[in-house]
Design a protein around this ligand. Sequence first.
Ligand code: GLY
Length: 411
Amino acid sequence: MKPLLCILAAASLLAFGGDRKEKEFISDNFGYAQTQLKNMLKDTETRDALAFPRTTDKAGKMTTTNMYDWTPGFFPGSLWYAYEGTKDPQLLAEATKWTEKLEPLKDFTKHHDLGFMVYCSYGNAYRITGKQEYKDILIQSAKSLSTRFNPVTGSIKSWNAFKTWHGEQMYYFPVIIDNMMNLELLFFASKASGDNTFRDIAIKHAETAMKNQIRKDYSSYHVVCYDTTNGKVLARETAQGYADNSTWSRGQAWGIYGFTMVYRETKDKRFLKTAEGMADWFLNNKNLPADMVPYWDFNVQQTGYTPGVRSNATKVREKYRDASAAAIVASALFELSDYVGKTKGDKYREAGKKMLRSLAGPAYRADLGANGNFMIKHCVGSIPHNGEIDVPLVYADYYFLEALQRYQRTL
Ligand code: GLY
């Protein structure tokens, strides 16, 4: 063989070998998820049928919530992803069963998280099965979520009330960066129903968030509180972050993922610029550890950042990691990498791979049967509320599996 042909043959063998290794990595992790989810399913048999996995207690046993908390969609969603990754019929049956328990949510209007609750469950169910009844439930859910939109604030109200960590002040139109994630349900509903009202609401919300929730350097405020009489911003604070002016890692993750998704649905470059800016801020941050799993807030214990007096963040000295934020960002980066040029796309894909490798390594991925049968360790729910500190969280597992699937599509 001529030298040039030899080099080309060796290069393609190397690339093929590299891909094979990556495919093995993905299928090993789906195999692991299959076993761990089946362990969890066994545990759920001993519980109330409407108890949805969330995290663990101090003894390391699984704890659950009812369906009206913000997280019930993630366990069925993980079952759907694991089914797609393994084609195991038991996982298909369980994904169906756990999704269909959530049907009453279609009329739920008490907080903004219906997107997470319904789109991660029924959205995946519809994507995979194409069942008409699932589509109807998703459209009805979008109608319910839309009732929380206020044209004066140009936003969907996240919670009905928010109490500052600084004292007793209450706000009655708080919007959190997490809310970007709930817009995916609205975009879906417009495509599925032909009614553009949902999409218009989603775009308005995203524009308002871009203006008021994202700082000039593309870091993010967690909570923005509005005056419903004139749409003015009353306060920019934090609920789950370290300080009002800090950047809560999972909030930044929701923003990267959310603006990437809004760009996918609109092709409006302003949203792409925001997604890229937020991703670059995250990836280039000097406080991001080498394994790319962030501390729970980028500004913990830094000069110039002070938690409110009532926040438990004043008492916690240990700088915990939040692996859930890494899982969300990894998934987002695999999508974002498709929307930017090659150089940046490669950078985002490499970062997503690195995060996945960390999460799937011994530091973050639990042994089979351990960690309350959740997959990912070392997440933080909310240090200010003194809740769910250094524990597994059901949404970390969901985005870990979604990231694996998105990575698989790139090979
Ligand atoms: N959406 C709530 C959270 O991220 O904790």
